[in-house]
Write a protein that binds this ligand. Structure first.
Ligand code: SF4
Length: 358
């Protein structure tokens, strides 16, 4: 039987099993300190733990982090990591460096079921959910990379491969450990779950965790949104808005809306008006993301004039609307370009098109 991964161990679980092993409570505190505070992810390096305790930790748990298949640095401070998850499947994680913070974009699934038409991950289809330990493994691996630069991961965004709320239980478990004050201790405002709009799960999320929520919106007319995002047929705009407002009231956080601007598709004055109408009554900010052209997809980036006109329409009506020219373009880690080029057994597959903003 395969061992449980240590990377999905919560502080409460560590306290429990250390107690069950007959160790003193301070051993659990030491282990928690090494793992969550010092962010040391190898038992060998936990130098003040007794040898026998370390050996037992090695025997009982897997300490295996995802293996780096390739690491690509962009000129603008982004690093794209292609990782081998369990079962030899490939996923991607992107480190985004800013002057005062370091963000990590994590994947939650291998592939995706939702088939958004502007997204190459959707074209891949779905392979499987990632476990909480595989999600947190991305965090621990990235943390050990940026530690060498004197940085620490301050923000985590669930905007890599996959629809996080389709892998609800494992994503919530990972979020709980990331935001647990005894765990990695990230502020709930600094962990963002991005969804294409699974309205039922948005409501459930408001009951289970406190976390920043981003909605991939991209159109505010059901016919157009269903064309771009088939999930809209299951959760049309009206119930989606109700779920978002419920989440907003319950969690008291601003919602971020992601809106990819696609030439001749969703960025005329008509669509700007529809967006303004949809946003009424939702405290929010809007990230406008000019589409990243990609071979194999039938869409194009609009002109700068169209982008600015769309932004101005929103700002003139009192909305915070930012145009995000995403980081990492030269290594295909930018918004709309995040995907494993190879998935085990598939050979070359297209790049993902999805939302990557922080
Ligand atoms: S945009 Fe997100 S939800 Fe849609 S297919 Fe791509 S990964 Fe899935």
């Amino acid at each position: 039987m395969s061992k449980a991964s240590f990377f999905s161990a919560s502080p409460a679980f560590i306290n429990d099993f250390v107690g069950l092993w007959g160790e003193k409570p301070f051993r659990a505190r030491q282990l928690i300190h090494w793992h969550f505070r010092k962010r040391v992810f190898s038992v060998e390096a936990m130098s003040d733990l007794p040898q026998a305790f370390r050996e037992r930790l090695e025997q009982e748990f897997s300490w295996h982090l995802p293996e780096i298949v390739s690491l690509l640095d962009a000129d603008d401070g982004a690093t794209k990591l292609l990782l081998k998850a369990d079962r030899n499947q490939l996923i991607e994680t992107v480190i985004l460096r800013y002057p005062h913070r370091t963000a990590l974009c994590v994947s939650s699934q291998v592939g995706c079921k939702l088939a958004c038409r502007f997204c190459q991950t959707g074209k891949l289809g779905f392979f499987r959910h990632l476990s909480a330990s595989e999600i947190l493994g991305q965090f621990c691996l990235a943390e050990s990379i940026v530690q060498k630069e004197g940085r620490t991961i301050s923000n985590v965004v669930f905007m890599g491969m996959g629809e996080p709320l389709d892998n609800y239980d494992e994503v919530v478990k990972a979020v709980q450990i990331l935001t647990d004050p005894e765990g990695f201790g990230l502020s709930h405002r600094k962990v963002t779950v991005s969804t294409s709009g699974l309205a039922d799960k948005i409501v459930r999320l408001s009951e289970d965790v406190r976390v920043a929520l981003a909605i991939s919106l991209h159109a505010c007319r059901d016919e157009l949104r269903s064309d771009l995002m088939p999930i809209n047929k299951r959760f049309p705009l009206a119930p989606l808005k109700e779920a978002i407002q419920h989440y907003q009231r319950t969690s008291d956080t601003k919602i971020t809306f992601e809106y990819i601007l696609i030439k001749d598709k969703n960025c005329s004055v008509r669509e700007a008006k529809e967006l303004v109408h949809f946003l009424q009554g939702i405290p929010c900010k809007v990230n406008l993301i000019p589409f990243n052209n990609h071979p194999g997809l039938p869409y194009e980036r609009p002109s700068e004039e169209v982008i600015k006109t769309f932004q101005k329409y929103l700002m003139d009506r009192g909305f915070v609307a930012t145009v995000r020219y995403s980081k990492g373009g030269d290594v295909s880690a930018a918004c709309g370009q995040l995907a494993a080029k190879r998935v085990a057994g598939l050979g070359e597959v297209p790049q993902r098109l999805s939302v990557l903003t922080v």
